[in-house]
Structure formats: structure tokens, C-alpha cells
Design a protein around this ligand. Structure first.
Ligand code: MN
Length: 419
């Protein structure tokens, strides 16, 4: 029986029982669910703004990739976000679409309106409210009990309208653990399907993640009635490591962005977590429906549409990750690509290994390149070509045309100097 048919026609207690069954099902299977927030937290990166039609293109690619849910935007914040979510609704098939909301009824109403065309089991809200001392005092001007009341009231309001309700205490990593656990206990009792653990300003390291998640699980007795979602930022360069540690410590949902774009130093990079998981299923569980061979085209699409360039050495999709200029590596790669690769390019949908000719290159790579271009020259001339390559200025990239000129000069003497 499908989840859709289970939900239809149910009310009150029965609905909650079904919800708990769905949560148990996800927990039992041990498959980590990917929640992508490229279109929300990623788009918050300065300069990364996307038009609604660009968001729809990325959402469709994420659907193809196999993510479980899409944090589709913040309807109360802008007309463009509402428009993008409305346009995504009919074309994004498999993922749950969730809308970000403050713990305010007006935000939840705006989410309901933006998601009105969506089936109930394919839409949700993601509530957030600052809970750390800094956020309570300086942002909200509220004490603990006022904050807790605001959160539980909003959860109750949201569960009237949505089957899928996530709630994240914003700045959780800097919130007192006893208060954090109290919030989780209360919102789970109030009927959320997911509790979020956001490291909003990216201050955690893997050891801190382990300690905090263990304490939360020890002090929230009803934690099995909800899914646990982790959301990390990369301010210390630890977002991916923290996410993998989170999975080891029982996180059921990981929030990531493509290329790790996002506020400040960015979010957890989806492609890096997915590939790490693909290498070690015995540690992090199976990847479920996620198809890692679609990652590189997706990374390029997001870079192109957001205008945020991929650093050339960006893991998985950067220009140099399957390129090599060094002679010993090139020789090894030609004998067997696995000698100097962590995984094959085709595993992540990249084009292939590229051997770059430059000062560090050796004979084997030069011969290989010449052979590929249909040029045959004797050993002595290969040495002359190699010498010529090594004497090029340091920033010169040897294109095929350039190499043809070098070969011609080496075999017949420099043409420009011939009278
Ligand atoms: Mn964030």
C-alpha cells in the first residue's frame, strides 16, 4: 500500500500512527535521506541568486539525482520564492518539497499557499527559531519559556496543515544542551516528523558533533518518534566531516547543497558526502536512490546558473581532480588509472582522466598525447619535444595546436627562423 493511500481519509490519532510508521520505516531501513538546500541556503550566498525558472531546472536535476527532499525556498520572504515553489510543484515528481518558515502562523500560511497544488505526502514545512542565548537575547528579546512557547504553538499550527513538519532550533550548536533537549522533547510530542540540528555558524568539529548528538539521543526519550536531520556550515572546513560523523551518530537526514554553496563559507557539499558514502557503505549505509554518476553534470549546472565558479581543485567536480601533470603520476595513470585515483571519473559522471603536458611531465605522457593526435616521431625527437615543453613559460598550457608547432620545430627546426 502506498504512503499516499495510507494517508488519505485518515484523521487525528490514525494519521499520527501512520506518520510514526513512516518514520519507523525510514529509521529501520538505515538509508540516509538527502535533503537538498541549494535552492534555499545555497541561494542565500551573496551573488548566487536564481530566477524561478533556473530554480525549476536545478530542482528537476535534483529529482533525477534522487534526493529525498528539497528545501525549496522561504515563501514568506519573497514573491520570487513563492513563484519558484509554485512552478516546481507540478514538475518535481519524487522529492518532498519543503518550505522554510519562521515560527509564525503567517509564514506557515504562505507555505501552504505556495504548496497548495502538491500532494500532502509530497509537501512539508521546515520551521526554525533561534534558541541560543545570543539569539534569544539579542535577536528575539525573549526568554527560554517564551521561545519554547512560540515554537510549540507554531508546531501545533503547522501540524494542522501539513503531514510533514520539521523543526530546527536555529543556532542549535550554541544552545544550552538541556534547553535544546527540552525543545526536542516538546516538539516531538507536538507531532513533528523531523527534528533539525543546525550548526548555523559552522563552529563544530567532528568530535563536538559526536558529543552533542550522543547527549541529545540520551536526553530525548521520544527521539525515535521523529527523524533527526543535521545541517552543517563550513566555516571551519569541517562541514562534510561533521555530516559523516552525524551519520555515524544516527542522523537520518543530511542537509547539503550542491558545490557546498551557502551562507559565509557555505554548507555541506552534497557531492562530497554522497561520494564518501559510496566508497564506504559499511560505515555510512547504502546510498538508496541517489545516483552518484549524475553528480558532475549537476555541479556544473549549479555553478553555471548561480554564477558561483567551481574552484579548480574542488573535490569531485573541479577541473583538476581528474587531471595530472606530474610524470610519475602520468606514467602510473597510463598503466592503470587506479594507481593515482581515489575513484574513476565515470563513477561521478566526469569526462575522463586528462594528462596535462607541462614542466613536470614525462616521456610516456608526451608519447601518449602524440599517438592520440596521430603523430609518430622517433625517440630522439620525443626527447626534443619534451625539452621544448619543459622550457615553456610556467603559465603556458600546451594545446594540441601548440604541441603540433613544437613537434614541427623539433623535427624540422624552428620554421619562423628559417629564411
Ligand atoms: Mn544554514
Amino acid at each position: 500500500m502506498s504512503i499516499r493511500s495510507l494517508f488519505s481519509g485518515l484523521h487525528g490519532h490514525a494519521k499520527r500512527r501512520v506518520k510514526r510508521e513512516v518514520i519507523r520505516h525510514h529509521r529501520r531501513r538505515g538509508v540516509v535521506l538527502f535533503s537538498d538546500t541549494t535552492l534555499r541556503d545555497g541561494e542565500q550566498m551573496p551573488g548566487a541568486t536564481l530566477d524561478p525558472d533556473e530554480k525549476v531546472r536545478i530542482a528537476q536535476a535534483l529529482d533525477e539525482l534522487g534526493v529525498h527532499s528539497l528545501d525549496a525556498g522561504f515563501p514568506a520572504s519573497s514573491v520570487a520564492d513563492r513563484e519558484a515553489i509554485r512552478r516546481m510543484s507540478p514538475v518535481v515528481k519524487r522529492p518532498v518539497l519543503t518550505a522554510l518558515c519562521r515560527t509564525l502562523p503567517g509564514d506557515i500560511d504562505a507555505a501552504e499557499e505556495a504548496l497548495q497544488d502538491r500532494a500532502r505526502h509530497k509537501r512539508g514545512v521546515s520551521l526554525f527559531c533561534g534558541t541560543s542565548p545570543l539569539h534569544r537575547r539579542d535577536k528575539l528579546g525573549k526568554d527560554k519559556s517564551q521561545v519554547l512557547r512560540m515554537i510549540t504553538d507554531a508546531v501545533c499550527y503547522a501540524t494542522e496543515k501539513f503531514e510533514i513538519v520539521a523543526c530546527s532550533p536555529e543556532d542549535a550548536s550554541r544552545t544550552e544542551l538541556d534547553f535544546l533537549c527540552e525543545i526536542y522533547r516538546e516538539v516531538i510530542d507536538a507531532g513533528v516528523t523531523t527534528i533539525g540540528f543546525p550548526d548555523t555558524v559552522g563552529v563544530l568539529t567532528p568530535d563536538k558533533v559526536r558529543d552533542m548528538l550522543r547527549q541529545i539521543q540520551d536526553n530525548v526519550p521520544n527521539i525515535d518518534k521523529a527523524l533527526l536531520a543535521v545541517h552543517f556550515h563550513n566555516d571551519l572546513g569541517c562541514a562534510v566531516a561533521n555530516t559523516l560523523e552525524g551519520i555515524r551518530e544516527g542522523a537520518n537526514v543530511v542537509q547539503c547543497t550542491v558545490n557546498g554553496i551557502g551562507e559565509r563559507a557555505g554548507n555541506t557539499s552534497l557531492e562530497e558526502v554522497a561520494v564518501a558514502m559510496s566508497l564506504y557503505p559499511e560505515l555510512y549505509g547504502p546510498l538508496g536512490k541517489l545516483d552518484v554518476s549524475q553528480l558532475v553534470p549537476l555541479c556544473r549546472l549549479v555553478s553555471q546558473l548561480t554564477g558561483v565558479p567551481l574552484p579548480i581543485n574542488k573535490p569531485i567536480a573541479g577541473q583538476t581532480v581528474f587531471a595530472s601533470e606530474a610524470g610519475i603520476h602520468q606514467d602510473g595513470l597510463l598503466k592503470n588509472p587506479d594507481t593515482y585515483l581515489p575513484f574513476r571519473p565515470e563513477h561521478v559522471g566526469a569526462d575522463g582522466v586528462r594528462l596535462i603536458l607541462g614542466r613536470h611531465s614525462g616521456r610516456r605522457a608526451v608519447e601518449h598525447r602524440l599517438h592520440g593526435m596521430g603523430l609518430r616521431i622517433d625517440d630522439a625527437h620525443v626527447n626534443a619535444v619534451l625539452d621544448a615543453i619543459k622550457s615553456q613559460p610556467k603559465d603556458v598550457l600546451i594545446t594540441d595546436d601548440h604541441l603540433r608547432r613544437i613537434v614541427s620545430d623539433a623535427t624540422t627546426g624552428p620554421s619562423s627562423e628559417t629564411p
